[in-house]
Design a protein around this ligand. Structure first.
Ligand SMILES: [Fe+2]
Ligand SMILES: [Fe+2]
Length: 180
């Protein structure tokens, strides 16, 4: 397995959540309601999986390593654009989480905000994943030898191993603050 193979497997999982949100967006249409349980699942998915786990490996390992190589100006531009997409995704998830909390408290304006966030998220991830899959990933690997790619995959695996512990340690810390 190549490191970009692992990232592409993760893209297929993200695609499935994006499809769910697209369907929910279409189903809700102009109605004043949204499936709030799905939104809760989506917020956790985008924060923990799409951002921390997936973008985490791209930014902290792959893009960082690429930064040490003599990149063409086209690759440099593409990588900056992809990082900007990640930042925009983080911003949208933050907005979605705030709107979700408002919705749970029955604030009527928040359903509209949730729908706007969903549309933007669906568009952003659809185009972002397409850019990585079709334009960036394969050509970016030409900067690494086979051994370097194997070593990168090992670092991806080590990165992933820490995540569940990180997530639940934070959850316990938050619960202690709230309930102790
Ligand atoms: Fe990405
Ligand atoms: Fe990606």
């Amino acid at each position: 397995m190549l490191p970009i193979g692992q990232l592409m497997i993760e893209h297929r999982i993200i695609d499935r959540m994006v499809s769910l949100l697209k369907k929910e967006s279409e189903r809700a249409g102009s109605k004043e309601q949204i499936n709030i349980n799905l939104i809760c699942v989506a917020v956790d998915f985008f924060k923990s999986y799409a951002d921390r786990c997936h973008h985490g490996k791209e930014e902290d390992i792959m893009f960082k390593d690429l930064g040490t190589r003599p990149l063409s100006s086209e690759h440099k531009k593409m990588m900056a654009d992809l990082m900007q997409d990640h930042a925009r995704a983080r911003e949208l998830i933050g907005k979605l989480e705030t709107a979700k909390t408002g919705c749970q408290r029955e604030n009527p304006d928040t359903v509209r905000e949730i729908k706007e966030c969903l549309k933007k998220l669906v568009d952003l991830y659809t185009s972002h994943i397409k850019k990585e899959d079709k334009q960036f990933f394969v050509s970016s690997m030409t900067y690494f030898t086979k051994n370097e790619q194997d070593e990168m995959l090992s670092r991806f695996e080590a990165f992933d191993r820490t995540l569940i512990h990180e997530k639940y340690k934070k959850l316990v810390e938050k619960a202690e603050k709230e309930y102790l």
